[in-house]
Design a protein around this ligand. Structure first.
Ligand SMILES: [Mg+2]
Ligand SMILES: [Zn+2]
Length: 181
């Protein structure tokens, strides 16, 4: 993995930064948002290392009408506030609001969200790493030409295969920063 050129980390949100909602449900309100142990500190380490931290997140609950754009904004303000308590911040949040049936180009595993984030920040694929917890995150990374780290237990299968696995965002960041020269 070409991490010596690393400039940005593309992050899935649910299951990477925060505890995910039950299957089929969404983080709809600020009160639903709970950071995973160590994730704020991991983002802070990326910040201090001078790497961009960019979230790329599917939020199909928007198109399903289960939450509004205002709800999502409120959740993201809460996310920023919780990260700020660890002196951490995100440099951008990119959301696909679409459903399976919309045939958009941005719902992961399509690469559109990643490509948009990279374009807006002037990033080449080999300057980025994607960290996610689902095969769709790895698939989107591959489609965008970006290497990937999967946050999952070693015995959980993932197709396509990620370039690396870690058991938490903290461990993934530790490894990425250690690889960097
Ligand atoms: Mg996820
Ligand atoms: Zn989309």
């Amino acid at each position: 993995m070409p991490t010596t050129k690393l400039r940005a980390v593309l992050l899935d949100r649910d299951g990477v930064l925060n505890v995910k909602a039950d299957e089929g449900d969404y983080i709809r309100k600020p009160v639903d948002l709970r950071l995973l142990e160590g994730s704020a500190e991991a983002i802070g380490r990326l910040n201090r290392a001078g790497l961009l931290a960019l979230v790329v997140s599917n939020q199909r609950g928007l198109t399903r009408g289960l939450m509004s754009a205002a709800d999502l904004d409120a959740v993201h303000r809460e996310l920023a506030a919780q990260l700020a308590t660890a002196h951490a911040h995100l440099d951008g949040i990119y959301v696909c609001p679409h459903g399976y049936e919309d045939a958009c180009d941005c719902r992961k595993p399509k690469p559109g969200l990643l490509l948009r984030a990279m374009r807006e920040h002037g990033l080449a694929p080999d300057e980025c790493v994607m960290i996610g917890d689902r095969p769709s995150d790895v698939g989107a990374a591959k489609a965008a030409g970006v290497s990937s780290v999967l946050i999952a237990p070693p015995d959980v299968a993932c197709e396509p295969a990620p370039d690396r696995r870690a058991d938490s965002l903290g461990a993934a960041v530790e490894w990425l920063l250690g690889k960097r020269t």
